[in-house]
Design a protein around this ligand. Structure first.
Ligand SMILES: [Zn+2]
Ligand SMILES: [Zn+2]
Length: 181
């Protein structure tokens, strides 16, 4: 199954939204939220300032999923959300994706479409990989979440800079542990 390309946009949007809203260095301004939608190929032009509250709340809701380390608990969370939000899967055909699935009702506004598609894409990731592809960054002092849709799937950090910082710290600690000759 393919998880790269636009199909992972729902996952990437979920990560970006959670980090924007819940992380210590996050930016959840209207402008930042609009940029998340644009970067992940949602209809960002339809974003209205009054949508910001719904998106922020959704980011806080999804954080619990990324923090979960128990598959049954995470699945129950996603299942509850899939019952709670309006879902009406159907096939759409528009640029730049061509033929693809939409998960919210055709009449749904932007926040409901984002809720539906992020939820479906996270659920597909869980069905394929359990919780091995999602989590909170392993770097000291970082509270950002990540999702790994790469083939290798060994990611434990939110970013290259957190991975590098942690590796350098580990290297220095090892060197200190070796007594000088
Ligand atoms: Zn679409
Ligand atoms: Zn990090």
């Amino acid at each position: 199954m393919q998880t790269i390309g636009y199909k992972s946009k729902g996952v990437a949007a979920a990560v970006a939204l959670v980090n924007a809203v819940t992380s210590a260095d996050g930016d959840d301004s209207e402008e930042a939220l609009r940029a998340i939608l644009r970067d992940n190929e949602y209809f960002w032009q339809q974003f209205e300032p009054s949508d910001a509250g719904a998106l922020r709340e959704w980011g806080r809701t999804l954080r619990s999923f990324f923090e979960s380390t128990d598959l049954a608990e995470a699945a129950a969370l996603l299942n509850d959300l899939m019952l709670a939000i309006p879902m009406h899967p159907h096939i759409a055909n528009h640029e730049p994706h061509g033929v693809h699935m939409h998960y919210a009702p055709p009449s749904a506004r932007l926040p409901d479409r984002i809720r539906a598609s992020t939820l479906m894409k996270l659920s597909e990731l869980v069905c394929q990989h359990g919780l091995s592809r999602t989590g909170v960054c392993a770097a000291d002092g970082c509270d950002r979440v990540y999702a790994d849709v790469s083939r290798a799937g060994r990611r434990r950090f939110c970013s290259e800079s957190c991975a590098n910082r942690t590796n350098v710290a580990a290297f220095r600690a090892r060197r200190r542990a070796v007594p000088p000759a």
